[in-house]
Design a protein around this ligand. Structure first.
Ligand code: ATP
Length: 273
């Protein structure tokens, strides 16, 4: 439907404080906040402001969150769409959607455009997926490249795109003047997990025995999304147990539940392994 062309948020409330860990990525992406807030500082010296950056990392590690925080910090609108939405699109719709998005973004500039799962449209041409479906995907990719080349570097639009498969991307996307910056976002280590727990524990009513350090130690391999999930599950479990505050045992049960969910998902994805 027309209503689902893409999402637009005019006032983003997320800031870097909401993004725990990811110190290096935050440091790199702060430059983009500066480009949006103070473009003339760069253009007056003749510098060309980058148009796009790729955020590369596994699912649930905070790529969307970080992109939103850039918009929040710079105080600019956030337009987003997901590459996977284009996969089963009718002829011409994907390309029209991309043109529409850029038209609106130009009207609202300075702004951020965020493309999640860019690999779904940005796979190197002539590769993968069903025959026939490919042509439309390529049309969409081509219109994205045309739009990216078509706006000036000082137009105030910066495009952030997320992927966990940089290896399949069409090299045309990463040419200079397109997504020529890469920011990698890894799963958090124990220190990062503790920081993420602290963010998501903040709104909860906790018992004295709940320690972010212990939770971090018990969740190796968890991404931020799973940690957020554990925190909410623990609160739901404690509430169901009619408690006044959330105990460590509730977190334990929540972790078991989230681990169970992950195992099930992995089995569904790779049944032959
Ligand atoms: P996907 O590739 O699956 O789209 P993503 O990398 O974009 O995932 P997000 O959607 O940003 O991940 O993360 C999902 C949620 O997980 C966030 O809304 C947030 O609640 C939590 N989260 C993830 N990473 C972090 C982090 N570094 N700090 C705080 N919360 C996090």
């Amino acid at each position: 439907s027309r209503a689902a062309l893409f999402d637009a948020e005019n006032r983003v409330k997320i800031t870097f404080n909401d993004v725990a860990g990811l110190d290096e990525a935050k440091e790199e992406i702060k430059e983009i906040v500066d480009y949006l807030k103070n473009p003339s500082k760069f253009t007056k010296l003749g510098a060309k402001i980058p148009k796009g950056a790729l955020l590369i990392g596994p699912p649930g590690t905070g790529k969307t969150l970080l992109a939103k925080a850039v918009a929040g910090e710079a105080g600019v609108p956030f337009f987003s769409l997901s590459g996977s939405d284009f996969v089963e699109m009718f002829v011409g719709v994907g390309a029209a959607r991309v043109r529409d998005l850029f038209k609106q973004a130009k009207e609202k500039a300075p702004c951020i455009i965020f493309i999640d799962e860019i690999d779904a449209v940005g796979r190197s041409r002539g590769r993968g997926s069903m025959p026939g479906a490919n042509d439309e995907r390529e049309n969409t990719l081509n219109s994205l490249l045309v739009e990216m080349d078509g706006f000036a570097t000082d137009s105030g639009i910066i495009i952030l795109a997320a992927t966990n498969r940089p290896d399949v991307l069409d090299p045309a996307l990463q040419r200079p003047g397109r997504f020529d910056r890469q920011i990698s976002i890894d799963k958090p280590d124990i220190i990062g997990r503790e920081a993420i727990f602290k963010v998501h524990l903040k709104p909860l009513k906790l018992s004295a025995d709940v320690e972010p350090k212990d939770l971090a130690a018990q969740t190796p391999g968890f991404a931020g999304a799973e940690i957020a999930n554990v925190c909410n599950e623990a609160a739901l479990i404690a509430a169901r147990r009619d408690k006044e505050s959330i105990d460590m045992i509730d977190f334990q049960d929540a972790m078991d539940r989230v681990i169970g969910g992950l195992e099930k998902k992995n089995k569904l994805i790779s049944p032959e392994e």
